[in-house]
Design a binder for this molecule. Structure first.
Ligand code: ADP
Ligand code: F6P
Length: 358
């Protein structure tokens, strides 16, 4: 007999292409095990309000190809209060929801942990375009967002060539420069600026001057949104103005922003999402919770949420006093290895970018 009668599923935080694929996988796997699934509309806000929709294999039949999340998403500060949490738990009890699958980023996983501690076993799935969760090599949505970014930059390049212009393109990624790095390499940018690495502005400007003198017509510079001026304003626009002023190259600026979060998910995002969704149901049924599904060296494995959150802080050099106290020496070593691996990935990608002329 199944361990659960009903699983609730929600998408929370920034949406990501591939979230629908996750939902479909959870629904299909759960029903194959005799478990019902109910969708929570609008993330944790929907859980507080009791905004639920029954999901069946029929109702999720054609959602896989669609971007966004058909269950909608939200950022819900109320959920972080004890009152909000109690209301969310009440919704679960009143609707016979025995467990939750929560798709989102680190904030969403914190919510999943709180639900677990309040008696509703929950599992997180990493759905964010930023690929900024250190415990997993990959987050659902990255591949689609990079492909969309490159598709747009290719179009910008066409018109830059025609008009002998440069385009500075600001891309998303919060404080993680992966989207910028992949996009720069794949689109043949002449420079890329990311928060994880020092940016030599003078060298980039000199390079642009030299390239133009040598006859290069169209040029692209990619800047991650995590780059700021000392006064906190976005660096990308400042750089665009500086390039034009100092090189005489006509320079346009474009902020891609949310457009790269939409669109039909790529095969990679659909399949990774599906695999993670299936594993999440299997684990819940096996009695496991409070974990996030991670892709590590091509395998989908559960990682304790507390471990994943602190590994992130370690990578970002944001550890607070006492953060490591409840972890064993072995776990701390694993966190260090994950942080190093992530830094190496960025370094290697940055080197590729430099080697190909970014
Ligand atoms: P993401 O999941 O993409 O990181 P957010 O940080 O906005 O996005 O988190 C999504 C939601 O998760 C929040 O709106 C809130 O409802 C919930 N959440 C965030 N942080 C916490 C926390 N510390 N405790 C409980 N719930 C949280
Ligand atoms: O985390 C995904 C992301 O798209 C980031 O790249 C970006 O900084 C942020 O979300 C934007 O958030 P919002 O949708 O709330 O504007």
């Amino acid at each position: 007999m199944a361990a659960f009668r009903k699983i609730g599923i929600l998408t929370s935080g920034g949406d990501a292409p591939g979230m629908n694929s996750c939902i479909k996988a959870v629904v299909n796997k759960a029903y194959s095990m005799g478990i019902e699934v109910v969708g929570v509309v609008g993330g944790y806000a929907g859980l507080i309000k009791g905004d639920l929709v029954p999901l069946t294999q029929q109702s999720v039949g054609s959602v896989m190809s669609k971007g966004g999340t058909f269950l909608y998403s939200s950022r819900c500060p109320e959920f972080k209060t004890e009152e909000g949490m109690q209301q969310a738990v009440k919704t679960c009890h009143e609707n016979d929801i025995d467990a939750l699958v929560c798709i989102g980023g680190d904030g969403t996983f914190r919510g999943a942990t709180d639900m677990t501690f309040h008696g509703i076993p929950s599992i997180g799935l990493p759905g964010t375009i930023d690929n900024d969760i250190t415990a997993t090599d990959y987050t659902i949505g990255l591949d689609t967002s990079i492909n969309t970014t490159v598709e747009i930059i290719d179009k910008l390049r066409d018109t830059c060539e025609s008009h002998e212009r440069l385009n500075v393109v600001e891309v998303m990624g919060r404080d993680c420069g992966q989207i910028a790095l992949y996009a720069a390499v794949a689109s043949g940018a002449v420079a890329v600026a990311i928060p994880e690495m020092p940016f030599d502005e003078a060298a980039a400007i000199e390079k642009i001057r030299t390239l133009r003198a040598a006859g290069k017509r169209g040029m692209i510079v990619v800047v991650s949104e995590g780059m700021f001026n000392p006064d906190g304003t976005p660096y990308s626009e400042t750089l665009a103005k500086k390039i034009e002023a100092e090189t005489g190259v006509e320079t346009k600026f474009m902020r891609l922003a949310h457009v790269v979060r939409g669109g039909n998910p790529t095969v990679r995002d659909r399949t990774t999402a599906a695999e993670m969704g299936v594993k999440a149901v299997e684990l819940l049924v096996a009695g496991k919770s409070n974990v996030v599904m991670c892709q590590l060296d091509d395998e989908i494995v559960p990682v304790d949420i507390a471990f994943a959150l602190i590994a992130d802080r370690m990578y970002k050099n944001k550890l607070k006093d006492g953060d490591l106290d409840k972890f064993t020496a072995e776990q701390i070593e694993k966190m260090k290895a994950l942080s190093k691996k992530r830094q190496n990935e960025i370094n290697n990608l940055y080197k590729v970018a430099s080697d190909v002329g970014c």
